[in-house]
Design a protein around this ligand. Structure first.
Ligand code: GCW
Length: 729
């Protein structure tokens, strides 16, 4: 048998100045105290072994690597591949309760249990964890499953070794679970090293060069694997001159990152410029139908795969916010995406083609143009024309990662296309990692949304793909293709806490977990994160710690929503930086993000009857629900309707009074967060405590500013006083 014994580079990160996030050494304590056998071949099995060995060295257990034909030895934990189970040995076993025969019996029982339950095959990344006698067994069909099984055991801690441990079989809902870094190689004169980054510099790049902090990137890969991510795009979708060369002469820089991410099952993707044939290839055109252009992409892509055989594929932002695209050549986005897909297909690569295409130079005086319509108008007519390895990547909402938006109608409009849904873990419009804003409840709401009405296929089902036809409607489409999965913009930088705000780590963790299982409850995910990150078991008051973190974080997204733009109208942020209030900041600009407040009312009429017709992009029942003032969900009222300030909500309150009330409430909730956080002094790492305290101080200042500006603005516009006589300025 061929043996791979590469030295795996597992993190040597001991620099006490980088926070371990959800993988402090204690998270592996339960595993590290056990005797573990790891059976199997390949890089990812090497990683599992290295992880267990490191934990065993710290906590007194042992980690033995065995081949299927090697003899078993006494063990409490076994990792094995279903097709290469260690051979049973029963000749003359030494006595003892966990002798090799016991281990062997546990493996056999685990395998038999899988067979009886009819849960095989486990698939490329799935695994089973079972317990028989005194032995916990992790089985997988492929090495990646063992890696994810390891991290499942990390989450289980001691309970993974208890008599009551129920057998579990886990497979990811999404085949591709991806993070997009908006990291620049060169420091961009306006956007800096990381576009919309709120956690310092890039962990990959610095001042035009690779950063080469191997320990940091390895630690990152480990954290991502532990929450289930398996793909990373390493540069900004706005591809500038230097970054365009990552595809060609700077490919070695990408390969270095691929080498560091590979041991944790993460494939590298690259954002490329659609104009690459011109800007780096020296061709006169990037026309997707030009044979020389096709030849250039084929040749360039073959070089990429020669250097990085498991390269994931390309990510493209085309004809959007100044990025080049097929429109320059009179071609459409199917022509553009298929060009790259054709080059990637021989190697199994995919192209993520973003649907974020709109006119960012519109005339604000023109009330008929509606940015919310743009992605659907451009992409829905192209359904069925994309090659199989094109994934159209759609932002979850029709606008742009606002704290509240309806689900994008594109998600229901392209049954013949693989769709990926894009989230924003980086908090561009949700407090920029200065504000506590746990986003999992928001993402969970979106993933559970049924675009064709309930009961029926959900957004998560569309992203996962497959042949589930629960929607029952012809439009629900489906087929049996793998879906495009989930993608999110990363919130990580070179900050010592990774994410600037230490509590923003929970968003990164939660995104990975929801990709794996979109049905997880956000509070459960938060519990996992708290238990791993803060090790409440060693805290003097674990209950207070857990409860207080929940009180601060569970509802923090809704708190943020309360003190910012009201009732789904969006934006009202400072132009450019997107932080803090500026109610009219975008109102008379070309960006298409308006609220239309006047002395009588506020909101965007997107109805078919009297507005932009955007509601007509939804299938039933949402078309009717959103069209109707009576049925429209109130949190989206001003997204879909322009209403007078005196419009009465279902609560009985008027729109204007609702605006005042929610803004006072939101600030009160932030004040409560600040008090609660003080209780945790002494219960969490003092450096974490200090950083969060500093951020909360800013959050409170900013929330008050939002409250006062929004309330003053609407008071001045409407002339209507607060029913409770509070100061409106
Ligand atoms: O929300 C906008 C951001 C841009 C970003 C763009 C996009 C990378 O303000 O900074 O560009 O979205 O998603 O492409």
């Amino acid at each position: 048998m061929r043996r791979h014994r590469h030295q795996v580079r597992v993190s040597t990160l001991d620099s006490s100045d980088v926070h371990p996030a959800w993988l402090p050494p204690e998270a592996l304590r339960a595993i590290g105290t056990r005797r573990t056998l790891v059976c199997g071949e390949g890089t990812l099995v090497d990683t599992v072994h290295a992880e267990v060995e490191r934990a065993a060295n710290r906590y007194g257990g042992s980690a033995r690597r065995i081949a299927p034909e090697t003899g078993l030895s006494p063990a409490d934990l076994v990792f094995a591949l279903t097709r290469e189970l260690p051979a049973t040995q029963s000749d003359d076993p030494p006595p003892g309760e966990s002798d090799p025969a016991v281990v062997s019996a546990a493996i056999d029982a685990a395998k038999a249990e899988l067979g009886a339950a009819g849960v095989e095959p486990l698939g490329a990344e799935g695994f089973a964890v079972t317990r028989h006698g005194e032995v916990t067994v992790v089985l997988a069909d492929a090495p990646a499953g063992l890696l994810y099984g390891l991290f499942e055991l990390v989450r289980l801690g001691e309970s993974g070794f208890g008599p009551a441990m129920p057998a579990r079989v886990c497979r990811p809902a999404m085949a591709r679970r991806m993070l997009d870094h908006w990291d620049n190689v060169d420091v961009h004169p306006v956007m800096g090293q990381v576009e919309r980054g709120y956690a310092g510099g890039s962990i990959f790049w610095r001042d035009g060069r690779p950063r080469r902090d191997q320990a940091r990137v390895t630690a990152y890969a480990r954290l991502l694997a532990a929450c289930g991510i398996n793909a990373v795009s390493v540069n900004n979708v706005n591809v500038h001159a230097t970054e365009a060369r990552l595809l060609t002469e700077r490919l070695d820089d990408v390969a270095e990152l691929a080498d560091l991410l590979r041991p944790y099952g993460i494939r590298v993707h690259l954002a490329v410029s659609f104009a690459a044939p011109v800007v780096v290839g020296g061709l006169p055109t990037a026309d997707p139908l030009d044979p020389a252009v096709r030849g250039w992409w084929a040749e360039t892509t073959s070089r990429v795969y020669a250097r990085i055989p498991d390269f994931g594929g390309y990510l493209v932002k085309a004809d959007s916010e100044g990025q080049p695209g097929p429109f320059s050549y009179g071609r459409d986005h199917a022509d553009g995406a298929n060009l790259l897909a054709e080059a990637l297909a021989p190697y199994g690569g995919v192209v993520h083609w973003r649907a974020f295409v709109y006119n960012h130079r519109q005339d604000w005086r023109d009330r008929s143009t509606d940015r919310a319509r743009a992605a659907y108008d451009h992409f829905a007519p192209l359904d069925g024309r994309f090659k199989d390895n094109v994934i159209v990547q759609v932002k979850h909402g029709p606008m742009d990662f606002q704290p509240r938006e309806p689900v994008s109608p594109v998600i229901a409009a392209m049954p013949g296309t693989r769709l990926a849904v894009e989230f924003q873990v980086t908090q561009e419009y949700t407090g920029q990692q200065k504000h506590v804003c746990y986003l999992a409840p928001w993402w969970s709401e979106i993933l559970r949304f049924a675009p064709w009405g309930e009961p029926g296929r959900t957004v998560a089902d569309v992203a996962a793909g497959g042949s589930d036809q629960a929607g029952g409607s012809d439009q629900a489409g489906g087929g049996d293709r793998t879906g495009g999965g989930l993608v999110a913009v990363s919130n990580v930088g070179d900050d010592r806490f990774w994410t600037g705000h230490p509590l923003a780590q929970a968003n990164l963790y939660a995104f990975g977990r929801l990709c794996w299982d979109p049905g997880l409850r956000p509070q459960t995910v938060l519990d996992e994160w708290i238990d791993l990150t803060f090790d409440p078991a060693t805290s003097p008051d674990p209950e207070l710690l857990r409860r207080t973190l929940h009180e601060i974080m569970d509802d923090s997204w809704r708190t943020y929503e309360r003190y910012t733009a009201p009732l789904g109208v969006g934006f009202m942020v400072r132009p450019g930086q997107h932080y803090g209030p500026d109610v009219d900041g975008y109102e008379y600009t070309p960006w298409g993000t308006y609220h239309f407040a006047d002395r009588d009312g506020v909101g965007v009429d997107r109805t078919r009857a009297t507005g932009t017709g955007f509601t007509g992009q939804y299938p039933s029942p949402w078309l009717q629900v959103y069209e109707s003032l009576d049925h429209c969900p109130e949190e989206l009222l001003l997204f879909f309707h322009h209403v007078p300030y005196t419009h009465v909500l279902r609560s009985g309150s008027t729109v204007i009074q609702h605006i005042y009330d929610t803004h006072f409430d939101g600030v009160r909730e932030v004040e409560a967060m600040c008090r609660r956080w003080e209780w945790l002094a002494g219960l969490v790492d003092p450096t974490v405590h200090a950083r969060v305290t500093e951020r909360l101080t800013e959050q409170l200042r900013c929330a008050r500013e939002w409250r006062d500006q929004i309330n003053a603005y609407f008071h001045r516009k409407s002339g209507i006083p607060d029913a409770h006589g509070r100061p409106l300025h």
